[in-house]
Design a protein around this ligand. Structure first.
Ligand SMILES: [Zn+2]
Length: 319
């Protein structure tokens, strides 16, 4: 099965540190707080031993957590399905481990992980309960699965977590982590598909992410949905896969027609995952970046409250 993905080569992207892997600027940390350094960072207090936890009495250190080489960050992907989300991270150089999924007979409820092994946890719990397209009353399954997501993060204590869902999903706050919501349309990351997705991000050191967004595609293809395989006017398989960010269609012949459309249609388009992965490599402290007041996750500059005109309109509609 030959699979090639949307644009660029693994590791190619917009990382600010592309030419200097592992090099970051100094970061403020709380004086006297214990932390791990894996570089022989020189602080005002002198050289420290790589990998040894220690107390720094200087407020300026090179912190392991800002070392941005993606290969050093192990990601766990939960609710993976066929895991287009994780593939986006792999395309940016992150090693990805996949948790259980009903598609392969797995159950998240019996899944346990050790603490401190994963740097990041990604995943999109099932979203029908929060979707505008829902035709029946919420079943409670969506909230139960979000609770499972939160449990896994609490167990694993990663540096950061990223959850994908629909805009109607409630805020997911996890003790010990910052919280950021991000809106993203697939047309902002180079696809023709008008797929609007919503992400929530948490970081143990309070870092924020901002997505490098391009001008929207001038083409407008309706969103690929999980049920498209059962519909009369469904787009052909190759086009469907391309719209989800794959140059070649996936060979999923072991699945029924509707199941393979569901598997791909449920996924996070590969370029979206890649854009998020790059943003995480470039996560910034709240001192370095200010975000739009509408909650879309776009950075703002100067005295601006909103990033774009649509943000201001969104807020005035809410009032
Ligand atoms: Zn905004």
């Amino acid at each position: 099965m030959a699979i090639t993905f949307y644009a660029g080569k693994p590791g190619e992207g917009m990382s600010l540190f592309r030419d200097q892997p592992g090099v970051t600027g100094p970061e403020q940390v709380t004086p006297g707080r214990s932390h791990d350094c894996d570089s022989a960072a020189v602080t005002d207090a002198g050289t420290v031993t790589p990998g040894r936890s220690h107390m720094c009495d200087s407020s300026i250190v090179t912190n392991r957590r800002r070392v941005t080489a993606s290969g050093s960050q192990l990601v766990l992907s939960i609710f993976p399905g066929i895991d287009l989300f994780g593939l986006g991270f792999e395309q940016e150089g992150f090693p990805v481990v996949r948790g259980p999924d009903p598609l392969f007979g797995g159950d998240i409820r019996t899944f346990r992980i050790p603490a401190g092994k994963f740097d990041g946890i990604i995943g999109g719990p099932p979203c029908p309960d929060f979707s505008k397209a829902r035709r029946s009353a919420p079943t409670g399954y969506g909230l139960e699965m979000i609770d499972e997501y939160v449990r896994i993060v609490k167990e694993g204590q990663p540096l950061w977590w990223l959850m994908e869902n629909v805009p109607g999903v409630p805020n997911v706050r996890i003790e010990g982590y910052s919280h950021q919501r991000i809106d993203l349309n697939a047309r902002e990351v180079g696809l023709d598909q008008n797929r609007h997705r919503h992400f929530q991000f948490g970081h143990r050191d309070g870092l924020l992410i901002s997505i490098a967004r391009g001008a929207k595609s001038t083409l407008f293809e309706p969103c690929c949905t999980a049920s498209e395989g059962t519909q009369m006017g469904r787009r052909d398989w190759h086009k469907f896969c391309r719209l989800q960010g794959m140059q070649d269609s996936l060979d999923l012949d072991q699945l029924t027609l509707s199941a393979k459309y569901r598997a791909v249609g449920n996924g996070v388009p590969v370029p979206m995952g890649r854009a998020l992965a790059r943003a995480i490599l470039n996560a910034q402290s709240p001192n370095e970046v200010r975000l739009c007041g509408c909650g879309c996750g776009r950075p703002v500059s100067g005295k601006a409250t909103y990033a774009i005109a649509a943000c201001r309109k969104r807020i005035s509609r809410r009032d």
